[in-house]
Design a protein around this ligand. Structure first.
Ligand code: COA
Ligand code: AMP
Length: 639
């Protein structure tokens, strides 16, 4: 039996004993009465009766243990030319002052705080300051539009918003503050105060009576101590794309989250206290929450906060510079970042300029890693390259290669094996378990382990309906895939309308809602097409209203602009075309899967239920001028 198999069997034999042992890595103010509380199953709670503070576990306890001088956070920002390191004691003090400022603004345990900030140290401080006083943060990614921010403000109903004046993209300064003002104007809920971090690259006007200056307010605040909360109390809400314009507020608890992240740092990522961990993602995504902010600090590591891109800041050697300069032991990013680097520096010439001897492993997630990218990264870096699979909802990897237990053989195209805690099965549509090799719905048998979402914010019924009802007794991941004979999981595709663009999760249904609201659009379809760098890109088809005499190109330009304004630049919705009609089943369902295959020039069978097969040829003819529906550069998915 391998060591992994032993650990896995130990968990299977007694999950509660397994997690109780893992919980010893955490400082509890009061220990639990029950490891798993399933009285209200399927809504389960971990470590019920326990009291704990997440910020204490991320900062104060390391200082108390004599590690106040150890680096907690390294900020490296090629887009501003700034670098700064924070020791654990310094970060603790900064967070305590910010927490005091929040408290002075009336924020108490259980109150929500929206954080609309880029990759700056103050964002990390903001999240930890909320955790310190038991407030619930909700970070909104900077690439979203005002409308998205407004939806989140109305759902989370924050007392206070923490915002930066701007974000910085390589090609432009992104003013956050006008977006915040617009979002607050759009929202029915109004926060009582906004704390504005002024960045010299783009300072903002303040709204009198509502907006306060970050630096002044924090300087005047008394430090606040950690407040112990119930293990099951919410730590944060993270909104993620649903199938409509109404995003889902994934709720994470305090206790289970601490235990799961501590376990994962050690057993999956093989990290030891004091080592440098770098998740090259964004704090606005779950990877940023779990592996830029919380897990590295909980584990006593040094976390790297990088405000830049893999290419263009200034070149495709940026990642190698950061690894060499800061002694990064483990890098975590999305495959798209490596495809971007490979495209600019296919022979990896820039790698030779840097000493990468500190690097032990590269972890990839956010989308399936195509075997070609995996092979390139392995060859260039000479370290294990691990594709691992998880979701905003799960908070930490479902499947991986547990380097900290033992490195398992790497199978290109697979996301590894199920981690303890996740009872992974593959079911057919009727709920019967499928044997190895057969593709079906990848599901997780309940209860979910510590660290997984506990519900959707203010919407228990939505949580049950969305995740727990399709296959009773299981959580539906909405991913299709298979297990192989050795228990490795292969994730093939989403079963809903979510697409992954540059590792960012987006809903095509939400884009369709924006398109259909255009006065000249009668019908539309948005679907993901393969892209050699970003994995997938959204593509739109529009049917104009009968009698519409407008230039189709003008309508396309307008809908592209509308998606940018309503959802945000991160949607990368840049391509659409007008068609006479859309292929549908006789019952009126648009055949999006077939459309995707046509666009990607993949073989397809004409669905038996289609009302008129000739429409498929019309669509292909309309897509060819855009460069689709004929063989293109190999897509990563086919790699
Ligand atoms: N704030 C404001 N705008 C943002 C943004 C942010 N935080 N992040 C992205 N955008 C904008 C970009 O500027 C771009 O705008 P444009 O249309 O005006 O050029 C648009 O959103 C699309 O961004 P993106 O898809 O990220 O494209 P890109 O060309 O800027 O960068 C990659 C491509 C591959 C280099 C980049 O996406 C990347 O590094 N991804 C991998 C890492 C990652 O973040 N993964 C997330 C989960 S692990
Ligand atoms: P997000 O919630 O943004 O992290 O997106 C989660 C989704 O991204 C998953 O449901 C998968 O569809 C996809 N995904 C993430 N990691 C992987 C991976 N390693 N392999 C395949 N798909 C992945």
């Amino acid at each position: 039996m391998t060591r992994y198999a032993e650990v896995h069997a130990g968990w299977q034999a007694d999950p509660q004993a397994f997690w109780a042992e893992a919980a010893e890595a955490i400082d509890w103010e009061r220990r639990w009465d029950r490891v798993l509380d399933d009285d209200a199953a399927p809504m389960t709670r971990w470590f019920s009766g326990a009291r704990v503070n997440t910020c204490h576990n991320a900062l104060d306890r390391h200082v108390a243990a004599g590690h106040g001088d150890r680096l907690a956070l390294i900020y490296d920002s090629p887009v501003t030319g700034r670098k700064r390191a924070y020791r654990y004691a310094e970060l603790r003090d900064a967070v305590a002052h910010l927490a005091g400022a929040l408290r002075a603004l009336g924020v108490e345990r259980g109150d929500r705080v929206i954080v609309n900030m880029p990759m700056v140290p103050e964002t990390v401080m903001a999240m930890l300051a909320c955790a310190r006083i038991g407030a619930v943060h909700s970070v909104v990614f900077g690439g979203f539009a005002a409308n998205e921010l407004a939806t989140r403000i109305d759902d989370a109903r924050p007392k206070v918003v923490l915002a930066a004046s701007c974000g910085i993209e390589p090609n432009r300064v992104v003013p956050y503050k006008p977006m915040l003002d617009e979002a607050i104007a759009l929202a029915s809920h109004k926060p009582t105060a906004c704390l504005i971090l002024q960045r010299p690259e783009g300072p903002a006007e303040r709204v009198a009576g509502r907006d306060l200056d970050w630096a002044e307010t924090v300087a005047a605040a008394e430090p606040a101590d950690c407040v112990a909360v119930e293990a099951g109390d919410p730590l944060y809400i993270l909104y993620t794309s649903g199938t409509t314009g109404q995003p889902k507020g994934v709720v994470r608890d305090n206790g289970g989250h601490l235990v799961a992240l501590a376990w994962s740092m050690r057993h999956i990522y093989a990290m030891r206290p004091g080592e440098v961990f770098w998740a090259a993602s964004d704090v606005g995504w779950v990877v940023g929450h779990s592996y830029i902010v919380y897990a590295p600090l909980i584990a006593g590591c040094t976390s790297l906060l990088y405000e830049g891109k893999p290419v263009g800041t200034p070149d495709a050697g940026a990642f190698w510079r950061v690894i060499a300069e800061h002694g990064v032991a483990t890098l975590f990013t999305a495959p798209t970042a490596f495809r971007a680097i490979k495209r600019e520096d296919p022979e990896g010439r820039l790698i030779g300029d840097y000493d990468l001897s500190s690097l032990r492993a590269l972890f990839l997630a956010g989308e399936r890693c195509d075997p070609a990218t995996l092979a390139w990264a392995t060859e260039q870096l000479g370290v294990p390259v691990i594709d691992h699979w998880w979701q905003t909802e799960t908070g930490w990897p479902i499947a991986a290669n547990p380097l900290g237990i033992e490195p398992l053989p790497i199978k290109p195209g697979s996301a590894g094996v199920a981690m303890p805690g996740w009872d992974l099965r593959v079911l057919d549509a009727a709920g019967a378990e499928l044997p190895p090799g057969q593709i079906g719905d990848v599901v997780l048998r309940l209860p979910l382990p510590p660290g997984a979402l506990t519900t959707l914010w203010g919407n228990d019924a939505g949580y049950r309906a969305k995740y727990l009802s399709e296959h009773p007794g299981y959580y539906a991941t909405a991913d299709a895939g298979k297990l192989d004979a050795e228990g490795y999981v292969h994730i093939m595709a989403r079963t809903d309308d979510i697409i992954n663009v540059a590792g960012h999760r987006l809903s095509t249904g939400q884009m369709e809602e924006v398109l259909i609201a255009h006065p000249d659009v009668a019908e539309c379809a948005v679907f993901g097409v393969a892209d050699a760098m970003k994995g997938e890109l959204p593509l739109g088809l529009l049917v104009l209203n009968a009698g519409c005499t407008r230039d189709p190109e003008a309508v396309v330009r307008e809908v592209v602009q509308r998606v940018r304004e309503r959802i945000g630049p991160v949607a990368v919705f840049k391509r659409a075309t007008v068609v006479e009609r859309l292929p549908k089943t006789r019952s009126g369902k648009i055949l999006r899967g077939t459309l995707r295959k046509i666009a990607d020039a993949e073989p397809y069978t004409v669905p038996a239920t289609i009302d008129d097969p000739l429409i498929l040829d019309e669509v292909a003819a309309a897509l060819r001028p855009l460069g689709y529906a004929e063989p293109r550069v190999a897509s990563p998915a086919s790699g």
